[in-house]
Design a protein around this ligand. Sequence first.
Ligand code: GDG
Length: 465
Amino acid sequence: MARLVVVSNRVPVPSAKGGTAAAGGLAVALEAALRSHGGLWFGWSGKTSTDREIEWLEIRDFGNVTYAVADLNRRDVDEYYTGFANRALWPLCHYRLDLTDFSRKDMAGYFRVNRSFARLLAPLIRPDDLVWVHDYHLIPLAAELRHMGVKNRIGYFHHIPWPPADVLSTLPVADTIMRGLAAYDLVGFQTSYDVENFTGCMVREGFGRALGNGWFESYGHRFQAGAFPIGIDTESFVEMAVEGAKNPIVKRTRESLHDCDLVIGVDRLDYSKGIGQRIEAFSRFCEMSPSAKGQVTLLQITPKSRSDVPEYATMQRDVAELTGRVNGALGDVDWTPIRYVNKTMNRNALAGLYRIAKAGLVTPLRDGMNLVAKEYIAAQDPNDPGVLVLSRFAGAARELDGALIVNPYDIEATANAIGRAISMPVEARRERFQSMFPKIRDHDVSWWCRTFLDALSQDESAIPT
Ligand code: GDG
């Protein structure tokens, strides 16, 4: 079996004692894949150094896995990460052209940091290694590695949506980004819709031609693109949710609810997640259904993220204000309609909270997949499951068709769906749950890893003639 090299923007380096730092399902699955293949995990340490250039790596071995991380200096972080990745590519891929900032300085920083990463990584790659690069921060990495003579098979997975050609074309360096993707051997997306958009960008904008069967030829290189929907670590999440009932935070929540039904939302504070629209919809639901007063509470768990990016700071203020306004207008001395928690919960508590919630609201305006949707289903009691209200614009909606699928821009319809979810009879809830659970059980995160790596291991013989 080939050795595996994983490259991601951030690397969860275990503690000196060997304890894992990987918290989420994705990191745990990648760590497991690395352990079974043996390998190397390379990326940014997450630290900002005072050095002028990225020049050195901190390398540590844990069993058969090596972790190699580099610090970035302030300018690199501002231009590569906060700037181009999070103020150009992220809003662009989430169809938010109104929030893009195409600064030339940031673009240059993005390509510069990718070149520096390639320079540090290239000498660590052995001839038969499989290289797997993750996410939009690192699109140009393969092209840079190729310039340095790296001939290995290199795969890329795009965790967020891929936009249609008209949206991508607004990016001044769209051609360099497409050229960067063409340097990989396999480019993975979350859904077939993203693959369609990517094909449109390739073919319609004249960057390359489609050879059929997911194969493309572009800038003299043949590569494959396909949909690889990411999953969660379903088995361990189910266990965590069952155990979660004993968690002190879950107990406290349950006691504080008295007879109120709980509805839950869990999202990083990000404008793609539709948190404002969701709060409006919940507020509309409370206004429309007098019986909701004092009987239903929305728990919105929203850890802060990317506070260095101005659009996120603005959003933090807006959501806090909106929540305050709704609670002020609708609440009473003994009832707070929305409990807004602006901090990170531990994962066990989160799993237990999903389980006691009668409805899970996952209503992003645009999302690559959305793992919260899958976690909410995994956490349910099969005999008395809650109902998932899911945006049609989340990649997860392609698989989780037993959810109440909503258009999150339609506040009235989302409010109605919340009402339907809360009052749905148990037989209908069970039926919906049973239609979804086997999918997330069979297509878990290990399946996703395996499927991607199997496809990456194939050679060019599968290209149609
Ligand atoms: C990107 C794509 C794609 C959230 N709050 C807490 C907490 N979380 C955990 C959730 C979930 C994860 O964070 C969020 O994953 P999502 O998939 O919902 O969203 P992104 O962070 O935007 O991820 C997305 C994903 O990549 C994977 O490919 O699905 O579309 O945007 O696991 O549970 N975890 C804890 N406390 C919290 O307060 N412990």
